[in-house]
Ligand binder design. Structure first.
Ligand SMILES: [Fe+2]
Length: 468
């Protein structure tokens, strides 16, 4: 009997894999694609090639697939490809799933772990003249930016001795990329820096208070901050057949603060109340204060509690919260203030102001109570005025992460476009929406139609076209 995709919430509806690769020239566009948009938007997400072994699936564990939209001369074309990791190639040959990399306790006898390079399914970034698919358990995976052909695992000439998570930060002033990784079941983390030319210039390891799934971190022009929240990794639990990653709300969070010109020996850990943050919008240092804008959950979603119970849906939801850490008081307290009553995720900014005092933030938001939909609006938060503007898509439609592209390199902050994918529920296909970032409430200025759907995924980024 042919195996089918299990009756799993993250394999149904628009979470179900597309399982198709395609090339579409000149998408049909409603409105006008700005001529200023010259370059490519890449979006990564899971697209499991085969039904999972024994129905054992997690949304974070599917094979990475890149959806690429290239903009030039007011037109947009589309291409999507799977990322051909070792797992993908072995499973293609076998014609079935061989392993669950999030819980690889009982792989198929055909599975060969040698050269295992992950699923590469979480984000994608262009840095050091390389397009790199990212996923937090492995080093980056290089892809050709034009053909999307898989090139292979990239370890910076052997200098990267750890994985790299999907949320490195690029300093807009120096072009340096700051990154980290966390150990799976040991309380080790690594911190490293890659210069603008793609050379790894610093690598160090340090110990954290406990082993945790650390999805994102924070970098300002003066500090690097490692947040350890109680989404605990416990391999002993995994050996007993329990979840290896689980929420333990009895533990405190620890926020590790390191001066950027210091070293990991200088990290000071602040003990704080338990909470969870998948994504930070941005952060900056001003005098003796660090300001960090965080999409904060009361408890982590998508993973069970340590006692095996499910997350409380009312606590496992995020709102934008401004943290202020006073470095002079030694109080160890972080002042926290919610900036929005509505739920939000996938926060972004005009990345030319990353790590700096900034004004404009953008995210996917949930307005009202759209049944069965997580994110039905694109939101713009103005940190100077405190105002939020938003655009709600049609009922049954859902948006993803908005990415920002400036009209030009020297345009004023926020002067540019937001690009996001939207799933059209009634039509079971997707659109690419382009907004004027300073006027989201007027709706998209252009909509490019795809004949098929792009499954819900995670993160994307922009590669600016090269002027010749
Ligand atoms: Fe993420």
């Amino acid at each position: 009997m042919t195996e089918t995709y299990a009756d799993h919430p993250y394999l149904q509806g628009n979470y179900a894999p597309l399982r198709m690769e395609s090339d579409l020239n000149d998408l049909i566009v409603e409105g006008e694609i700005p001529k200023d948009l010259y370059g490519s938007y890449y979006r990564n997400g899971p697209d499991p090639q085969f039904p999972p072994m024994g129905g054992n699936y997690h949304w974070f564990g599917g094979d990475g697939m890149i959806h690429a939209f290239h903009f030039e001369n007011g037109k947009v074309s589309y291409k999507n490809r799977w990322i051909q990791t070792s797992k993908w190639k072995q499973e293609r040959k076998a014609g079935k799933s061989l392993v669950n990399l999030l819980n690889p306790m009982e792989p198929d006898p055909l599975w060969n772990p040698e050269g295992e390079d992950g699923t590469a399914n979480t984000s994608i970034i262009f840095h050091g003249d390389k397009l790199l698919a990212l996923e937090e358990g492995h080093p980056p995976f290089e892809i050709d930016p034009f053909t999307l052909k898989s090139i292979g695992s990239h370890n910076y000439e052997g200098k990267l001795l750890s994985p790299m998570t999907a949320h490195p930060k690029i300093d807009p002033l120096t072009g340096e990329m700051f990154a980290f990784s966390y150990g799976f079941g040991d309380n080790k983390m690594t911190y490293f820096v890659v210069d603008a030319d793609g050379k790894l210039t610093h690598y160090s390891e340090f110990t954290t208070p406990y082993s945790s799934m650390v999805h994102d971190f924070i970098v300002t022009s003066q500090h690097v901050i490692f947040p350890v929240f109680p989404l605990v990794i416990d391999l002993e639990q995994a050996m007993m057949g329990n979840a290896p990653i689980a929420w333990d709300g009895k533990r405190p969070s620890y926020i590790g603060i390191m001066p950027r010109d210091g070293s990991v020996e200088d990290i000071k850990w602040i003990e704080d109340d338990p909470c969870y943050v998948f994504h930070a919008m941005n952060a900056y240092t001003e005098g003796d204060k660090i300001v960090a804008d965080m999409m904060q959950f009361e408890e982590a979603p998508l993973f069970p509690h340590v006692d095996g119970s499910a997350p409380d849906p009312k606590k496992a939801e995020a709102r934008l919260n401004r943290w202020e850490i006073d470095l002079s008081s030694n109080s160890g307290k972080i002042s926290k203030n919610f900036l929005d009553d509505d739920l939000g995720e996938f926060p972004r900014l005009d990345e030319r102001f990353s790590m700096l005092n900034y004004r404009h933030g953008f995210y996917a938001s949930r307005i009202g109570d759209p049944s069965g939909i997580s994110w039905n609006a694109i939101a713009h938060h103005d940190h100077r005025t405190g105002n939020k503007k938003f655009f709600v898509v049609d009922k049954e439609d859902e948006v993803g992460e908005p990415i920002f592209v400036p009209t030009s390199g020297d345009a004023e902050e926020g002067n540019g476009f937001l690009i996001t994918l939207a799933y059209k529920g009634k039509e079971n296909r997707s659109d690419l929406l382009i907004f004027n970032a300073m006027d989201v409430e007027s709706g998209p200025i252009a909509t490019a139609h795809l004949p098929h759907r792009v499954p819900y995924g995670f993160h994307g980024n922009w590669r600016q076209g090269e002027q010749t």
